[in-house]
Design a protein around this ligand. Structure first.
Ligand code: FUB
Length: 350
């Protein structure tokens, strides 16, 4: 198994022309180019608010004072920048710093993958960070503008833990927060919502860890119910085992609705796939269906799936600009739902 979050030295890719890129990438070229190149961005959560596209990414930095470790300590992000586009394919605007680590009273380090939601005139930014005890929690910050600046709540969401929050707002107005990521994301430290600092990764024949979820209260700042596991089942209705690491959950949850069905998509982490599973309601269970995106350059694979006008898009990242797995760049490509509801698997290189 590969080490989590280790840096890939794909330096041959840095600043290369497309021809050189293909030479170093099995003869294949990227199907999309980075949306911005003046900063490194990752984990893009895209939304359409008032007809405009907003992307809530992580802001990757090369924190030279932070040593690389097996838990992703060198993913040492300190703020968020929100990107926006008037239309798909249009100019991408960086709206500057929307929230900084020093303005989150409870946070110690590592602002990882965020998401956002809108309700009743307020925008909500959900984000993970390690607290002062170095335990990942999920915070929420609010703004009257989709691009911030956001003001963080003084404490993380009560009962929250781990990383990669994503919000799904159903057509009935109810909102749900999904979250979790194993290994550096610390999900293995939480059993039955109780913290165990010694929580270990699963053995290969054990049932795999599952993502977590809870409905949000009307104020969008707290859980309305106890956190529960999100059941992801294989094609035979059985839970995945840890050894099914090309299909089981690792991190990067996202939920979208299509033709009345609920699609739960996620990264498998150490096998680098983006998979999806379909359910009949926001709680699941979700049945595994296949791959959304094959592995991309870099260790992580993290995405969002969003409808813009009549088309669907996959926002994702790779390391085309830097060749280093902790310095990523966000991209977008069209996504197709087949007539039977399955998703056409995307290869980011052709
Ligand atoms: O960006 C830091 C972490 O890398 C995210 O939280 C994970 O999903 C992975 O993309």
């Amino acid at each position: 198994m590969k080490r989590a979050y280790t840096t890939l030295f794909l330096t041959a890719l840095m600043g290369c022309s497309l021809t050189t890129f293909a030479q170093t990438n099995g003869g294949k070229n990227p199907i999309s180019q980075p949306l911005v190149s003046h900063i490194y961005t990752a984990d893009p959560s895209a939304h359409v608010f008032n007809g405009k596209i907003y992307i809530y990414p992580s802001h990757d930095i090369d924190a030279k004072d932070v040593k690389e470790d097996d838990e992703g300590g060198h993913f040492a992000m300190r703020d968020y920048h929100i990107l926006s586009m008037d239309k798909m394919g249009g100019k991408v605007k960086d709206n500057g710093i929307a929230l900084s680590l020093e303005n989150v009273p409870w946070a110690g380090r590592q602002l990882w993958a965020p998401d956002a939601a809108y309700k009743n005139g307020t925008y909500y930014l959900y984000f993970p960070a390690k607290d002062k005890q170095d335990v990942f929690r999920i915070g929420v910050a609010t703004s009257k503008s989709p691009t911030g600046p956001f003001k963080a709540e003084p404490e993380p969401i009560k009962g929250s833990y781990s990383i990669d929050p994503t919000v799904f707002q159903d057509t009935d107005g109810k909102a749900y927060l999904y979250f979790g990521g194993i290994w550096g994301g610390q999900l293995q430290r939480w059993d039955n919502n109780q913290y165990n600092p010694k929580g270990a990764l699963k053995q290969k024949n054990e049932v795999a860890y599952l993502p977590r979820m809870a409905r949000l209260s009307d104020d969008m700042k707290s859980f309305a119910e106890p956190v529960r596991e999100v059941q992801i089942l294989d094609e035979n209705g059985k839970p995945f085992l840890e050894k099914d690491n090309d299909k089981r959950f690792f991190e990067a949850a996202w939920l979208h609705q299509y033709n009345g069905k609920y699609y739960f998509s996620y990264s498998t982490g150490d096998s680098h796939n983006l998979c999806y599973a379909i359910g009949d309601n926001p709680y699941g269970p979700f049945t595994y269906k296949g791959l959304v995106l094959k592995p991309v350059l870099g260790w992580t694979n993290h995405h969002s799936i969003v409808q813009v006008d009549k088309k669907w898009y996959l926002f994702y990242h790779d390391v085309q600009l830097s060749g280093k797995t902790h310095l990523r760049n966000v991209k977008v490509t069209e996504l197709t739902h087949n007539p039977d509801g399955t998703i056409k698997t995307i290869d980011a290189y052709k």
